[in-house]
Design a protein around this ligand. Structure first.
Ligand code: TYD
Length: 202
C-alpha cells in the first residue's frame, strides 16, 4: 500500500539530511519513492517558493501562497504518485503552515484550518516525522549558513513560537506523528529512524 510521509521541524533540525537516507532505505525495501518538498514540488510551486523565501508580504498572503503551492503539489505530484502505488516523502507539508504562519507569525489557527480543509479536504499524511530540536541548537546549526532566507533570519522568540506550534499540532492528532529528538547527534537520530522504519507495516 502506498504511503504519504512528511518530515517536519525547525530550520536546522537536520531533517533534509535524514530524509535522503530514509527514502533510500525505503527504495532498498523495493518501494518506488517520490521525494519532494514544500513550498515547491512543482514548477509553479518552485516559483512561489522563490517569492515566499525572499519577498516581504502580508501574513495572509504568505499563508495563502503556501496553500496555493500545496494545492498544486497535491494535484500534480502527490495524489498521482499515490494512485500509481508509489510512496511519497515530502520535506514539509501543512504542519509547517500552522507552525510558521500560525504560531510564528500569529495568523489565526482557525483560519488556517479553513485553508487546510479547502485545499486538502480530509487528505493528510499517513505519517509525520517531527524533528524536534531546541531553539538554541537550531540557531547554532544555522550559524554557518552564509545566506539565510526570510524565515531563517527571524529571531529566537519567533522560533520558540514555531516549536510550540508544532507541539500544538502533535497534541491535536498524536497518532499521526513520531517525535524525534533531533538535538542528538546524527547516529542517534538515525537509530530513532531505524526503529520507526521497522514499525512501518508494508
Ligand atoms: P526549508 O524547507 O527549511 O528549506 P531549506 O532547508 O532549503 O532552508 O525552507 C522552507 C522555509 O519555508 C522554512 O523556513 C519554513 C517555511 N515554511 C513556512 O513558513 N510555511 C510552510 O507552509 C512551509 C511548507 C514552509
Amino acid at each position: 500500500m502506498s504511503r504519504f510521509i512528511t518530515f517536519e521541524g525547525m530550520d536546522g533540525a537536520g531533517k533534509s539530511t535524514h530524509l535522503a537516507w530514509f527514502a533510500e532505505t525505503l527504495r532498498q525495501r523495493g518501494h518506488e519513492v517520490v521525494v519532494t518538498r514544500e513550498p515547491g514540488g512543482t514548477p509553479l510551486g518552485e516559483q512561489l517558493r522563490e517569492m515566499l523565501l525572499h519577498q516581504n508580504m502580508a501574513i495572509g498572503t504568505e499563508a495563502m501562497l503556501m496553500f496555493a503551492a500545496r494545492m498544486e503539489h497535491i494535484e500534480q505530484v502527490i495524489r498521482p504518485a499515490l494512485r500509481a502505488g508509489k510512496w511519497v516523502v515530502s520535506d514539509r507539508f501543512s504542519d509547517a503552515s500552522f507552525a510558521y504562519q500560525g504560531a510564528g507569525r500569529g495568523m489565526d489557527w482557525a483560519r488556517l484550518q479553513q485553508l487546510e480543509t479547502w485545499v486538502q479536504g480530509d487528505f493528510q499524511p499517513s505519517l509525520t516525522l517531527f524533528f524536534d530540536v531546541t531553539v538554541e541548537v537550531s540557531r547554532q546549526r544555522l550559524a554557518n549558513n552564509v545566506s539565510l532566507d526570510r524565515f531563517e533570519q527571524e529571531r529566537g522568540d519567533f522560533f520558540e513560537r514555531v516549536r510550540a506550534g508544532y507541539h500544538r499540532r502533535v497534541s491535536e492528532c498524536p497518532q499521526r506523528y513520531r517525535v524525534i529528538d533531533a538535538t542528538r547527534d546524527i547516529e542517534s537520530v538515525k537509530h530513532q529512524l531505524e526503529l520507526i522504519l521497522a514499525a512501518i507495516h508494508e
